[in-house]
Write a protein that binds this ligand. Structure first.
Ligand code: SAM
Ligand code: SF4
Length: 336
């Protein structure tokens, strides 16, 4: 990877430059987090998923068009067979500045060193609770120790940054906010607290009842920490605060309900089926699987389709807490 000198060709109708793509490499997962998917999830037939080669072609084309950050997500990316191959090929792309991964960490004891060697710069790990019984309840099947071991394995590899993502649900884990921040301080991790987004049908809890706002989390933290608003930006929706007395740890907030972040949106998402989603909260999309399969080996056709897709990127999302199913897509398909 080298610093990019490619002029960015991806500018949408609202003047926003797209420099970041999130690739969902599978919809499958070894956990069943209650806010992400139902217990009995129906997955997409494998033949409908992009191959790793097709994903690489799409990633390569985006980088040629000026994108300099790729995040690999899912589903759980590390359960996809031969996934290291994709990391290695993307990691070798000239012009890519940042190759990152979002994972539940269950496979990190196995993969962390190879991911580092492939050029992964930063890792986000989802962890909502430090209590084994709650972890099992929130993931339905997970084992907390395994995830904690995965985090330690990643720490030992020296990635530029590891960040926890915690979805906070009232009466599920909202009383662990302080403990999670302390866990991060002890290890030099960042943490982002996420408001639950209404993606997909939810048969587990009432989202309006479980809503716990970022402002409330900030209020819970303020008596215990000196939180200084930070200018740090990853080009995403997260608003960061620095803990002034605690070294490098930053606390971030992703607040789709209480703070709209669409004006500065710099990203698009590719689903595991090859659908280019122009907005997390809208259905505007382009079928890149069709383009890549109709034009094998022809990156120019892909380039053209991606440039055209920028013209249908909507101004913003339209999340509404009281509508339980505004979207049929679950987060694991969308690539959270
Ligand atoms: N399996 C990986 C993981 O859990 O990190 C990557 C995919 S997961 C869909 C990506 C992120 O989306 C996780 O941090 C997860 O907590 C978050 N997420 C899933 N469903 C969500 C929802 N309904 N609202 C907000 N965040 C959600
Ligand atoms: Fe799996 Fe990640 Fe969804 Fe949890 S949030 S079910 S780990 S894809």
């Amino acid at each position: 990877m080298e610093a990019t000198s490619t002029p960015n060709k991806l500018i949408d109708r609202f003047g926003r430059t797209i420099s970041y793509i999130r690739l969902s490499v599978t919809d499958r997962c070894d956990l069943r987090c209650v806010y992400c998917m139902p217990e009995k999830m129906t997955f997409v037939p494998r033949t409908q998923l992009l191959t790793l080669e097709e994903m690489e072609a799409i990633g390569r084309t985006f980088v040629r068009l000026g994108v300099d950050r790729i995040r690999i997500t899912g589903g759980e990316p590390l359960v996809r067979r031969n996934i290291l191959q994709l990391f290695e090929n993307l990691g070798a792309l000239e012009g890519l500045r940042d190759l990152t991964l979002t994972t539940n960490a269950t496979q990190l004891t196995k993969y962390a060193p190879e991911l580092k060697a492939a050029g992964v710069t930063r890792i986000n790990v989802s962890l909502d609770t430090l209590r084994a019984d709650r972890f099992r309840a929130m993931t339905r099947v997970g084992d907390l120790e395994r995830t904690l071991d995965g985090i330690e394995a990643a720490l030992a590899c020296g990635f530029d940054k590891i960040k926890l993502n915690a979805v906070v649900l009232k009466n599920h884990n909202h009383d662990e906010i302080l403990d999670l921040v302390r866990y991060c301080i002890e290890r030099g991790l960042d943490i982002s607290f996420i408001e639950e987004m209404p993606l997909g049908q939810n048969d587990h809890h009432d989202r309006a009842v479980a809503y716990y706002s970022s402002d409330q989390i900030l209020e819970d933290l303020q008596p215990h920490f000196d939180l200084v608003p930070s200018t740090y930006k990853t080009g995403g929706p997260t608003r960061y605060y620095q803990l002034s007395e605690h070294g490098s740890t930053r606390v971030g907030f992703i607040s789709p309900h209480s703070h709209n972040f669409c004006d500065t949106c710099n990203r698009v998402r590719l689903t595991a089926e090859g659908r280019l989603l122009l907005c997390l909260g809208q259905e505007h999309s382009m079928d890149l699987r069709h383009v890549v399969r109709a034009n094998p080996g022809d990156d120019a056709a892909l380039e053209q389709a991606i440039i055209e897709a920028m013209q249908i990127k909507p101004r913003g999302h339209d999340f509404n807490l009281n509508s339980q199913e505004i979207l049929l897509r679950h987060m694991n398909l969308t690539g959270g």
